[in-house]
Design a protein. Structure first.
Length: 416
């Protein structure tokens, strides 16, 4: 028993570091790409369309990737291949800021991300079980946000003192410790709901799983998917649009400002995520969703009204509120909806598809509107989408948390 508990404790610590280093790797994509391409004379519309290629790739592969992770016994293998694909994406971006390498990098990154997210959620679920998942997801988000903040600072320094291209070489290099941390995670085939629990045998591999059609009939899943679409429609383009504006209006310190725009909200996420996980277990999912979603329209309106690029950094604190809530609640609500039915990762894939739809529309539409009207008009449109997201959560989103009695009666299912 002691040896098994020590293995599980080591795996949980390795999972902390895995979240940290995976976030390091992912930080190089997004605002740094927008600034990198803008510095090479790409327009806002061209940048928006290039970023949309990645989100379309993720959108197309979300559901098959989630179903594949459900079917795979080796969740670590899925995460490993995804990290290698992200390394390739970073190398392509560093090689040349021209159309073909950028598009190829966005495609590889889109496919890799949609495999990595459910794989990491499945590893977390397998290590701690459903009853402890809220706390674990909050811890995951804390370590990921710390990793993003550290990486953003490093990338800002590399971009400032070397070149914007150096950001992507650094991204590729930071993937190595992520793979090492992943290799140290063990005991992901069974669930250990409490430290003193006896080992649970694996469920029958032939047990009936909920079909995709049955999952799509679940009202909770459909409404939350619609909320996700609106969330990303409002959120996805905000910092990219602001980063392009900063690049056009600033001189030497642009990379440091962009790094600060990432570090500040990640610090908020690191502080808030464990509280979000615990509060969602105590109070329910819906009030926490309302709290996080409400920051979206406020942030967009503030972006529309500010003129100094240095004010972007304090406004980005609101992004930390939204990111902390969304990062914990998506896999947690997926566990509520499908965690006991053998379709946890498929449900995460469906939610990822909804996020891809919203993000694709956001980056493409925001870039189009900014080019033909102004950034201010584009931010007003993003604020309207955020207000609709808040309204939908308030008016239609049901509470998905089950009582502790029900969870204990059902037991903790296998994460697959």
């Amino acid at each position: 028993m002691t040896g098994r508990l020590m293995v599980n404790a080591r795996s949980l610590r390795a999972l902390d570091w895995m979240n940290f280093f995976v976030a390091n790797v992912q930080t190089g994509f997004g605002p740094f790409i927008a600034s990198y391409l803008a510095s090479h004379k790409w327009t806002q519309g061209e940048i928006g369309m290039a970023l949309s290629v990645g989100t379309i790739s993720a959108m197309v592969s979300q559901v098959p990737a989630g179903a594949a992770v459900d079917a795979m016994k080796n969740k670590k293998g899925a995460a490993t291949w995804a990290i290698f694909a992200i390394i390739l994406s970073a190398v392509l971006l560093a090689s040349s800021p021209t159309l073909l390498p950028v598009i190829a990098a966005e495609v590889f990154h889109g496919f890799a991300s949609c495999m990595l997210v459910p794989a990491m959620a499945a590893i977390s679920f397998a290590l701690v079980g459903r009853q402890n998942l809220g706390d674990r997801l909050g811890r995951n988000a804390r370590w990921a946000s710390i990793g993003s903040a550290v990486a953003a600072g490093l990338m800002g320094l590399f971009g400032e003192y070397f070149s914007s291209r150096a950001v992507f070489w650094l991204t590729a290099g930071l993937a190595m410790p992520a793979l090492i941390a992943l290799s140290m995670v063990q005991n992901t085939g069974t669930v250990d709901p409490t430290p003193l629990a006896k080992p649970k045998p694996l469920p029958d591999e032939n047990e009936k799983r909920e079909s995709l059609r049955e999952l799509l009939r679940d009202k909770r899943m459909l409404i939350f998917a619609a909320c996700i679409v609106l969330f990303h429609l409002s959120n996805a383009a905000m910092l990219n649009l602001a980063a392009g504006e900063v690049t056009a209006g600033m001189g030497d310190n642009v990379q440091l400002v962009i790094a600060a725009c990432i570090i500040v909200p990640q610090a908020i996420v690191a502080m808030m995520s464990p509280w979000v996980g615990r509060s969602a277990q105590r109070w329910g999912r819906r009030p926490i969703l309302l709290f996080g979603f409400a920051a979206l329209p406020v942030r967009a309106l503030l972006f529309a009204g500010i003129s100094s690029p240095y004010l972007l950094v304090p406004v980005q604190m609101l992004d930390g509120l939204s990111a902390a809530v969304f990062g914990v609640m998506l896999p947690l609500i997926a566990a509520d909806v499908a965690g006991g039915k053998g379709r946890y990762n498929l449900c995460i894939g469906l939610f990822g598809l909804a996020a891809g739809i919203g993000a694709t529309l956001s980056t493409a539409a925001a870039g189009f509107i900014a080019d033909r009207f102004s950034n201010t008009v584009s931010f007003f449109g993003l604020a309207a989408a955020g207000a609709l997201a808040v309204l939908l959560v308030w008016a239609a989103m049901p509470e998905t948390r089950e009582s502790e009695t029900v969870q204990q009666a059902e037991g903790v299912p296998e994460a697959r």
